[in-house]
Design a protein around this ligand. Structure first.
Ligand SMILES: Cc1cc2nc3c(=O)[nH]c(=O)nc-3n(C[C@H](O)[C@H](O)[C@H](O)COP(=O)(O)OP(=O)(O)OC[C@H]3O[C@@H](n4cnc5c(N)ncnc54)[C@H](O)[C@@H]3O)c2cc1C
Length: 489
């Protein structure tokens, strides 16, 4: 009997043998979102990524699903409204297990860039753009401190309170990859597009060292910080269309009692966030022009100091001890090439078409990935003979109310710790029971599921993107050894 093909061999075989309507280059949230939507339209889709899915910006964001209060000041009302309605769709229908409502406190200090009136007006407008009757309000410093005990009260005049949402960015991306696969797409990570020609592209398998030709009627370049590199594969004379800006984050142990996130105004263009996330405190982010190769991106000690110093404008020192830092990560914003400083550059998405028809999509937000995907496919409509696209509200795999999922898990597995059940429900939604299977150890079950069902190939794929253990300082040498062992078995 022939040995069963691994999922990787099978994907490589299909990439070579089949002819695709669409090849998507880049498995971040934008590429995964395009692939998911395209399969919904009945297209034959291939999706490849040079590294792991979500390994670049799409696992290095501030993990907010938000309209972006600060964009109001830039006059980007359309962008804010669009993002707020997309956030609503994700929260209510598309990915309720992965998106959580989160209150935000916005402290107003004597020496800060905004006064009470400006904050009151901004909150009113934000609420109106979200179509809400209630939501944003002005609260007293002591009310703010009841929500965030670590808040710096010295010099605080008042505070704003509003509601946004947060997510697990890498898992949102993976859920889109899963949606595409469930509808027939071929997906392959660690597979880099190295050349583009009239009929498709060449893909180098970074695991097995082979190079295969993939035939496709249309190609989307969704490679984030690498978009210009890939544009030059199509047209060596293509110039520079984007600039990059580095944004770093820290993950710290969280002091008890936090019930809200904090938005700290640094100046009139920038804010820094302190966000309760996965039981930890997420701080950031910086905004510095970045000119080097994207794959060399790293967080420096200077980034770490800057983030802690900026957070200290709104939080007491006790919450910001350097020894509480458990992890740090950075991502690259992709901004239209412009002369203005990166902090003031518009976070718009640009879509361009190259001389051989490759559609390049750059910039934008995690929050609006579905809309970006729709706009990309809209550009491809004539080429692919598609009908006009509707807004599409298809739930992602696993979409379910996480509280109900956790209750069912605890009923069916009484030995399961309720905290673990809740975490599984928020990570996998209705798929959580499948993930657990018959395995008595939830951690082992998650690792096995990552390896068998979620395309994980390395310990970091498992520990940083399929789970958040590495970001919570829990990827100890023992845990890594356990993952390595499971990978070998
Ligand atoms: C610091 C920071 C904070 C942010 N915070 C938020 C937030 O809170 N909320 C929000 O809505 N948005 C946020 N964003 C924006 C959001 O994260 C990005 O818009 C989004 O992740 C971009 O996704 P992408 O798919 O375009 O790019 P990426 O995630 O960077 O994906 C591009 C992929 O292309 C692959 N690739 C590159 N070259 C090749 C090749 N030749 N062949 C195959 N694959 C290739 C890469 O490996 C990579 O996986 C933030 C961004 C940054 C930088």
């Amino acid at each position: 009997m022939e040995p069963a093909l691994s999922w990787r061999d099978e994907a490589l075989g299909r990439l070579v043998a089949e002819s695709f309507d669409l090849l998507v280059i880049g498995g971040g949230i934008v590429g995964a979102g395009v692939a998911a939507r395209a399969t919904e339209l009945g297209l034959a889709v291939a999706l490849v990524d040079r590294a792991d899915f979500a390994s670049a910006t799409s696992s290095a964001s501030s993990k907010l699903i938000h309209g972006g209060l600060r964009y109001l000041r830039m006059g980007d009302f359309r962008l804010v409204h669009e993002a707020l309605s997309e956030g609503q769709a994700l929260l209510e229908t598309v990915a309720p297990h992965l998106v959580l409502r989160l209150p935000f406190v916005l402290p107003v200090y004597d020496d800060g860039p905004y006064g009470k009136t400006a904050i009151r007006s901004a909150l009113w407008l934000y609420r109106a753009l979200a179509g809400q009757r209630v939501g944003g309000s002005i609260i007293t410093p002591s009310e703010a401190a009841a929500l965030v005990p670590s808040l710096q009260l010295d010099g605080m005049k008042t505070a704003g309170l509003y509601v946004d949402a947060q997510t697990n960015d890498a898992r949102l991306c993976l859920a889109n990859v899963r949606a595409a696969v469930d509808r027939g797409a071929v997906v392959l990570n660690y597979a880099e597009v190295v050349s583009i020609d009239a009929g498709g592209a060449e893909v180098a398998d970074r695991v097995g060292d082979s190079v295969v030709a993939v035939r496709a009627r249309a190609i989307v370049n969704a490679t984030g910080p690498w978009v210009d590199h890939v544009r030059r594969l199509e047209d060596p004379s293509a110039g520079t269309s984007v600039t990059l800006s580095k944004g770093a984050h820290l993950v710290l142990d969280r002091p008890a009692g936090w019930e809200a996130a904090v938005t700290i105004s640094i100046d009139k263009a920038r804010v820094s966030f302190a966000i309760p996330w996965e039981g930890m405190l997420l701080l950031g982010t910086t905004d510095e022009p970045f000119d080097a190769a994207p794959e060399t991106l790293a967080v420096t000690d200077a980034d770490e100091r800057q983030i802690l110093d900026e957070a200290a404008r709104g939080l007491v020192d006790d919450a910001l001890r350097p020894e509480a830092v458990r992890a740090r990560f950075a991502g690259l914003r992709v901004l239209p090439a412009a002369r203005r400083g990166t902090a003031k550059a518009r976070r718009e998405t640009t879509i361009t078409v190259g001389p051989r028809g490759v559609v390049t999509v750059a910039g934008g937000k995690l929050t609006t990935y579905r809309r970006i995907a729709r706009n990309v496919l809209d550009v491809l409509r004539p080429q692919l003979g598609l009908q006009r696209l509707d807004s599409g509200l298809t739930p992602l795999p696993g979409a379910a109310d996480p509280e109900s999922v956790a209750v069912l898990l605890c009923r069916d597995r009484p030995e399961l710790d309720p905290v673990v059940a809740s975490s599984l429900a928020h990570t996998y939604g209705s798929l959580a029971a499948d993930v657990l299977g018959a395995d008595p150890d939830p951690f082992v079950a998650q690792v096995r599921y990552a390896l068998d069902q979620e395309w994980a190939l390395t310990a970091d794929d498992v520990l940083r993107r399929r789970t958040t253990l590495a970001l919570r300082g829990l990827a100890t040498p023992e845990v890594r050894a356990q993952v390595d062992e499971l990978m070998r078995s």
